[in-house]
Ligand binder design. Structure first.
Ligand SMILES: Nc1ncnc2c1ncn2[C@@H]1O[C@H](COP(=O)(O)OP(=O)(O)OP(=O)(O)O)[C@@H](O)[C@H]1O
Length: 744
């Protein structure tokens, strides 16, 4: 039975097949995997082919499969399948394409002799300046030899890249390369990466040794090139009929399951002696790495207990769905410490610890709250109850501290993690990370209010989620390994929003050791919590942190727009260092984001209705269109306004993927999701930043509030895969900066 590899050729994609031909394509490959001599496949070599290994096969009367055939010295036959094409085109391609190992970087690549990058006359720039200036040469000093001898571009492609005079022209060429390594190496050049970095990121240095390769037959050499880490971005073995079915049905949408970037692969399969942090901007594939890592850990040790967690229950549901898409046979756990993968929101994990602890949980509460508790009936948000505590306690504090938000953060960031139960402790405690200074007199007043808050919670038989996590952590640390059911590997998504009590609980839950915690985060997307330094909670990550920079979701145009929202603002990462925006890029190009600048509300809603209608008229799947609003009131309003204009959209309050109409949702709910077309709704002055939140923030915390508002806009703008419309009525939000000036 021959092996068959599927190819994802980015710059030379086969045409989209209609359903009937797709079924025949699947049948063809299935048969080929069973017996390549079977009747009806009609596998034949081409006369005058550029590659003696090129073959065509008959999918239907009018459609041909393009294949390359290899026979290893061990007698194993392998086919590389390069798509199904209309008859004549298929024959032409099979004659003009060659599959080879790149002589410099060792990666398997398909060379198309008719590839559109034609040799270009390129001369290194001279002082005279008569020749147009090469972007790559003048900006980054790359030479022809760098591109050919260090990276492995053929001379014609290298000359074309060097002849480009702008970064956009370089990325345009990059997008047309057929092989993924070429696209990404050219993108690295466009962004001025060091040659060594390009080689390392793409795994060039992991290529087999040239001397060893020289001893192999030509077929064996190419088979090795197909196993190169960078070749895995575009060639994958079809290991079952089921995986074939899913590759065909899911097309590009499912390619994250099959084609990993070598860096993603490294993080999915790497092993570290302790916690590891993977950061990266929106859409860089952090969640994809976590899903693959969960599978890898189970494959490495089928007895392992793995927990995959994230900020909310709804996001955890998405993870569960995607894990099943990645591999429906993965064992799922339903209890802590059980063999398999347990997928839960972080608060659900705390609740599971409480169930496990039973009566012991109430006793553990003493260390956190200063008293035992019964089995509290209601779990409430960290923000709730403060208003009534403030009413009753009526603390004598400056007006800007008399608000729920200040108290919530003080409690969650300082009081709970330090397990403060007495006034004396609070008066003496350090308050790391808090911007508002409190003298002794103010602390007395704050503590009095906290006591009232705690009194009210207990009287109502309530517990907040942050308290739950804190108590869970105390209980876990107080009992033996058997009772607490430690987890071997904890994988954490959206980690930037977790509060200190979460970290304490997670630290206590993971069995300390190799690969205990793997943390995916993007500090630029912190829209709920405050900045947290992980070392304070027993999680050292210095020296074990890396950043992904290649955006898989959005076009370069949308990405740069979203990044522009963050420009100039200073964010800190979990090590306490400033986060960099440098190097973020996308390999896909598309239209520039469009500003829908309107004089008033009517014009705004007319414009949005027009955009949605024209997308649907153009054949865009309505369910992939989203309107993102600052709050639920905005989402409800735009739904109603669209309905009056005959455009039906659905207002959703939680991530949902089953609809068939466009959706309106808040920017918070959009976190972790993606859509093809996105309208940012009413990004007007007076709407964003949210004036109520700003008015209620203590003066010293306004900067943090502004960072969160900026992050929210960044999260929202980075949800758009293909097209982004930014709308406002009257004056644009100051967060849009200069971007607010262009118009529809
Ligand atoms: N190797 C890959 N090949 C193809 N598509 C990929 C790959 N990696 C990620 N993607 C796609 O990129 C998109 C973003 O991936 P993912 O959600 O993992 O990013 P993220 O970094 O977690 O984003 P965010 O922080 O915005 O939630 C998804 O559509 C995913 O399918």
């Amino acid at each position: 039975m021959p092996n068959v590899l599927w190819t994802d050729l980015k710059g030379l994609k086969p045409p989209k097949l209609d359903k009937a031909i797709e079924i025949r394509e699947a049948a063809f490959i299935k048969k080929l995997r069973q017996d390549d001599t079977a009747d009806g496949l009609r596998i034949k070599p081409m006369t005058d082919a550029a590659d003696p290994r090129a073959r065509t096969g008959r999918v239907t009367q009018g459609w041909r499969a393009v294949l390359f055939r290899f026979d290893s010295s061990e007698g194993v036959r392998t086919y590389v399948y390069a798509g199904t094409w209309p008859h004549d085109e298929g024959n032409r391609l099979a004659k003009t394409r060659r599959l080879e190992g790149n002589p410099i970087n060792g990666i398997a690549q398909i060379v198309d002799l008719a590839f559109p990058v034609q040799p270009v006359h390129y001369e290194p720039a001279t002082d005279g300046g008569a020749v147009p200036v090469s972007y790559l040469e003048s900006t980054y000093n790359y030479s022809l030899a760098d591109l050919t001898d260090v990276l492995g571009f053929d001379e014609a492609s290298a000359r074309a890249l060097l002849a480009a005079t702008t970064r956009e022209a370089v990325t345009d060429i990059a997008e047309r390369f057929p092989n993924t390594w070429q696209q990404l190496a050219a993108l690295g050049l466009a962004f001025g990466d060091e040659l060594g970095k390009i080689r390392t990121d793409l795994g060039f240095d992991e290529a087999p040794d040239a001397a060893e390769l020289a001893t192999l037959s030509e077929d064996d050499r190419i088979l090795r090139a197909l196993d190169h880490p960078a070749a895995k971005m575009q060639f994958t073995y079809i290991d079952s009929d089921e995986s074939l079915r899913r590759i065909i049905e899911e097309g590009d949408f499912g390619s994250w399951r099959v084609f990993l970037h070598p860096e993603q692969d490294r993080y999915a399969t790497g092993s570290w002696n302790g916690p590891y942090r993977l950061s990266g901007g929106a859409g860089t594939g952090k969640t994809v790495v976590l899903l693959h890592r969960a599978r890898h850990l189970m494959r490495r040790n089928p007895e392992a207990s793995v927990v995959l967690t994230t900020y909310t229950r709804a996001l955890a549901e998405n993870l569960k769905r995607d894990l099943a898409r990645l591999d429906p046979d993965l064992p799922l756990a339903s209890a802590l410490g059980e063999r398999g993968i347990l997928v839960r929101g972080v608060d659900q994990l705390s609740a599971m610890v409480r169930s496990r602890a039973g009566k012991g949980f109430g006793a553990a509460a003493v260390a956190v709250l200063g008293e035992t508790i019964g089995f509290a009936k209601s779990l409430i948000g960290n923000h709730d109850r403060w208003a009534s505590a403030l009413d009753v306690a009526a603390p004598d504090l400056p007006p800007d501290l008399l608000n729920e938000s200040f108290f919530e953060h003080e409690y969650v960031q300082v009081v709970l993690p330090a397990r403060v139960t007495e006034a004396e402790e609070y008066l003496a405690i350090r308050r790391p990370g808090r911007k508002v200074a409190l003298d002794r007199r103010k602390r007395v007043e704050v503590w009095r209010t906290i006591e009232e808050y705690r009194r009210q919670l207990r009287a109502a038989n309530e517990l907040t989620w942050a308290e739950l996590a804190s108590i869970a952590s105390v209980w876990l640390d107080s009992v033996g390994d058997f009772e607490r059911a430690l987890v071997d590997h904890l994988l954490i998504d959206e980690a930037q929003d977790l509060v200190p009590s979460h970290w304490q609980m997670l630290r206590s839950l993971a069995r300390p050791g190799a690969d205990d915690l793997f943390i995916a985060e993007d500090s630029h997307q912190r829209i709920y919590g405050e900045h947290v330094v992980l070392l304070r909670y027993g999680i050292p990550i210095r020296g074990r942190s890396r950043r992904l920079t290649l955006n898989y979701r959005t076009t370069e145009e949308n990405l740069q727009y979203a990044l522009g929202v963050l420009a100039g603002a200073e964010y800190l990462d979990p090590e306490g260092d400033e986060v960099s925006l440098a190097g973020y890029r996308s390999a896909r190009r598309g239209p520039s984001p469009r500003a829908l600048a309107c004089a008033d509300s009517d014009e705004l809603h007319d414009g949005i209705a027009r955009s949605i209608r024209s997308w649907i008229d153009d054949g865009v799947d309505p369910a992939t269109i989203a309107v993102l609003a600052r709050g639920n009131a905005g989402a409800a309003k735009v739904r109603a306004e669209m309905s009056q204009r005959g455009v039906h959209i659905n207002h959703i309050k939680a991530p949902s993927l089953n609809g068939d109409t466009p959706v309106a949702l808040t920017m918070h709910t959009a976190k972790g999701q993606e859509f093809s077309r996105v309208v940012l709704y009413d990004v007007s002055d007076g709407v964003m930043p949210n004036p109520v939140i700003l008015a209620n923030a203590p003066a010293d915390e306004i900067e943090d509030v502004m960072l969160r508002e900026r992050s929210l806009l960044y999260v929202a703008a980075s949800r758009a895969r293909d097209e982004l419309v930014v709308s406002w009525a009257g004056e644009p939000s100051s967060l849009l900066g200069r971007k607010g000036s262009s118009s529809d």
